[in-house]
Write a protein that binds this ligand. Structure first.
Ligand code: NAD
Length: 434
């Protein structure tokens, strides 16, 4: 099939490369010419394991191209997939201006029947609105499809090539058949729904996963007070098939470009139809508080006096194996520390550049590796569970810290790892050590 993918971000680029890998001819489009230049010179503008190799192979096989010429890409394609950003507005609603702009550009470029697919996460009813916009701008026939994306950054290629399920929201049998055909090589679990239900499946799925995370974080907070161990509790819960083990890892809460924005957007979607989504509002509130547990632990350790301390921070990305720092807990935690007179030293294996672009370069000492970051610090906070941090020799780490205080926000270390050290060790929902 001939496919144009509009938007070469985390979703569009991975989807485009994976559709090419299935044997389709794919043109990936972005209005950011810097990204297109990087892609055309064989680079990848984001960090995603395995993506560069897969992209190179498909370019070499002549199935994958990159351009900023949207009209040209639309004219050459039968299926147009929209994967542009839908970032949050200040009130939590999704900003639909990018997707509306792209839809209008598609409408004006159309030269015949197209299937127009929305992969971006959009509020219920958006596909219908976009169809109306397009219909007013073109005489050509088209069908709309809602194709929500469930990939996770860091394992995006595996998630795309071996998805748990594909949801196709569609009201035309022709478009439904074509989309099923396109996705058949990936999974047998293809669910065809109406368009509004597909849009809702995406929000409901993310809201449910966020709920699991906030739930286990609240259990963790209680565990700390009653002397239980949340990792044992989660394991014991997870064997129950009705619960399952996924997303039951206590920590400093979820972040990233999806859960925070999609939970807030769903609260707004519900609000627009006079429904107060109380449960989800609590999920968001719990998540916000969870980030600050790291600060509370630091305050306890330092007797409430943070001013003048040196704190090392390991990890800036919202999770390991990505350079994405959008809504990363590290942003608010470091902001708070800096504002309260703490000297912050920080390191992340790949997300430092993106973090500095959002946070600024001032006020933090940026370090090249884990041990350099810890050097001379009064405490160390682990915020992202990169392997590089888990692999550090803890005796060596202790020797470079000014005080052996470790706040493990992701429960990376076990009690036996710390044997033979004098660490004062705090984690999440587990008894503290020393
Ligand atoms: P992103 O910000 O990384 O990328 C969006 C890209 O679209 C940018 O490169 C931008 O330049 C481009 N763009 C915007 N307007 C354009 C236009 N008119 N023409 C051409 N290009 C244009 O976004 P992302 O993280 O890939 O997310 C895209 C969508 O997918 C969002 O709705 C998001 O909620 C959803 N989603 C994201 C993830 C994820 O893990 N990142 C997972 C599932 C769903």
């Amino acid at each position: 099939m001939n496919i144009a993918v509009i938007g070469t971000g985390y979703v569009g680029l991975v989807s485009g490369v994976c559709f090419a890998e299935l044997g389709n001819r794919v043109i990936c489009v972005d209005k950011d010419t810097r990204k297109i230049d990087i892609l055309n010179s064989g680079g990848i503008p984001i960090y995603e394991p395995g993506l560069k190799e897969l992209s190179e192979a498909n370019r070499a096989a002549d199935r994958l191209a990159f351009t900023s010429d949207l009209p040209g890409a639309v004219r050459q394609s039968d299926i147009i997939i929209l994967a542009v950003g839908t970032p949050p507005l200040p009130n939590g609603e999704a900003n639909l201006s990018y997707i509306e702009e792209a839809a209008l550009e598609i409408a004006e470029a159309m030269n015949g029947y197209k299937i127009i697919v929305v992969k971006s996460t959009v509020p219920v009813g958006t596909n219908e609105r976009l169809s109306d916009l397009i219909r007013r701008r073109t005489k050509h026939l088209f069908d709309s499809v809602s194709l929500p994306e469930f990939l996770r950054e860091g394992s995006a290629i595996k998630d795309s090539l071996q998805p748990d399920r594909i949801i196709i929201g569609v009201d035309s049998p022709l478009a439904a058949d074509t989309m099923v055909e396109l996705h058949k090589p990936l999974t047998e679990q293809i669910v065809v729904t109406d368009i509004r239900s597909a849009e809702m499946i995406k929000y409901a799925s993310n809201a449910f996963l966020a709920t699991k995370i906030s739930f286990i974080n609240e259990i963790a907070n209680i565990c700390e007070k009653v002397g239980a161990d949340v990792t044992q509790v989660a394991e014991g819960m997870g064997y129950d098939k009705r619960i399952g083990p996924a997303y039951l890892k206590a920590g400093i809460g979820y972040g990233g470009s999806c859960f925070p924005k999609d939970t807030r957007a769903l609260i707004q979607i519900a609000g627009h139809v006079d429904y107060d989504f109380k449960l989800l509002r609590s999920v968001v509130e719990v998540n916000q508080g969870q980030r600050f547990n790291v600060i509370r632990k630091l305050e306890t350790i330092f007797g409430g006096e943070l001013q003048g301390r040196t704190v090392a921070v390991w990890g800036l990305a919202f999770k390991p194996n990505t350079d994405d720092v959008r809504d990363s807990p590290a942003l608010e935690i470091i902001q708070f520390l800096v504002e309260n007179g703490v000297k912050v030293k920080a390191h992340d294996p790949v997300a430092m550049g993106n973090f500095q672009a959002l946070f600024g370069k001032e006020g933090v000492e940026w370090c090249n590796d884990a041990l350099e970051t810890a050097q001379g610090a009064d405490a160390l906070c682990l915020l992202t569970e990169w392997e590089e941090f888990a692999d550090v020799d803890l005796k060596q780490l202790q020797s470079v810290l000014n005080r052996p205080i470790l706040i493990d926000g992701r429960n990376v270390f076990e009690e036996e790892d710390l044997l033979g050290t004098n660490f004062v060790y705090y984690s999440v929902g587990r008894p503290s050590l020393n």
